[in-house]
Design a protein around this ligand. Sequence first.
Ligand code: ATP
Length: 511
Amino acid sequence: MNQEDLFKKIVAHCKEYGFIFPSSEIYDGLSAVYDYGQNGVQLKNNIKEYWWKAMTQLNEEVVGIDTAIFMHPTVWKASGHVDAFNDPLIDNKDSKKRYRADVLIEEHIEKIMEKIYKEVEKAKKRFGDSFNEKMFVSTNPRVLEYKEKIDKITKRFTNALENNDLEDLRNIIVEEGIVCPISGSKNWTEVRQFNLMFETKLGSVAEGANTVYLRPETAQGIFVNYLNVQKTGRMKIPFGIAQVGKAFRNEIVARQFIFRMREFEQMEMQYFVRPGEELQWFEYWKEKRFKWHLALGFSDTKYRWHKHEKLAHYANAAYDIEFEFPFGFKELEGIHSRTDFDLSQHEKFSGKKIRYFDNETEESYVPYVVETSIGLDRTFLAILSASYKEENLGEESRIILSIPPALAPIKAAVLPLVKKDGLPELAREIMDILKYEMNCMYEEKDSIGKRYRRQDAIGTPYCITVDHQSLLDRTVTLRDRDTMLQERISIDKIFDTVKSKTDMNTLLKKL
Ligand code: ATP
């Protein structure tokens, strides 16, 4: 299956099986806003729990908070979001579609990269076993030409971004012959800056109302509470503050389903350290966060590091963990060393001292910060796209979501083989054993085969089937989602068996 088809299928699957719906769908939806359905919310909550426990419960020095979406408007002045949280946008005059100029150029570079990849694939076929890829890409004239082109555009592009040279961004688009994907034309407007924050009014809309913003990141809620938490929690540096919450960005290019939304959720942690020790903690968190991803059990080839060559003015190191989505490797999580920028800015703008007195060094300083920032919705999409499989079973086929059992929306489905003879009553008895500890589903409609398929499609790790033999010897069949193997097992053992495979601790203990 090609990746584009796969992505379309995942989007359709999400809707059909109650994971994700377009927002306000009966009114034709709202662009880049989505609702989570009955299975989606369970998966999302489980991902959140995995992150929350991994960060706060397993690290004694990390505590969690939950701050408001509305914040004092000066917060966003201090953080730089009012002045610099911009994307360069460009419109195509024929299609009237709006694009991010940087994204158009990045996609153009990506296309040239694909050409290199195609050359390599062609040569691989031609030369067979004797093919030396390294040699080929460093000597083949066509590949070298593409590489030179990429280098040239990248350099110019980085320069234009750094110097806020909007004219040159446009020139790159025009000179490279980049066309609008909809109209196919090169009829572009100028490039303009566009602030991504949503504004609204606090209080009555009449005179005196205050403009406030919907927060574009959760991190600032942590920074402005640094003193509160440090003092009331008597925290000693190094320590961290974590939170999960909604963030809002008026994204121009709102495509790719829940990858880029206008309302989304972030899971962020700010780790406060002694100045000069930040790069050591940066390495520490890089390793820890990568392990968190790998513990999910997907192939490690799905993840890669991306080093930021162009650092934000306040950062002294930044890496992203990229995931191979069906539309290519893209950012899933950022790990950034943000120096003392944010706290110092808040000191300046609030006029309050935001310091830490270090008993060991007997010094008072503004702590440095290492941040880990991951999108909850993007993690959801990553897990779903790595789990979605279509399997051929001879005559039949099935769709299976091999979601890590600890994250699966439903841990076990309890299925009476028929709707009579006392089987439903025994099945209900089993539901009562399981339901206080895990999310289960009772289902008695349709043939057992159909019910298995439905559970496979939502990623339920176990199906428990109650049949006539169950009435005689209190055993049931336990069917494994991935292997489809069925074993007969005593009702007494069900709880422990299902729990031991689906418990959140199975993931946490790998960390
Ligand atoms: P991108 O370059 O993809 O726009 P970013 O670098 O602006 O992302 P950050 O500001 O570092 O993203 O935000 C941290 C994380 O929040 C990202 O790694 C991503 O997982 C998530 N995120 C950011 N913007 C969105 C969005 N519009 N929709 C969904 N998730 C998002």
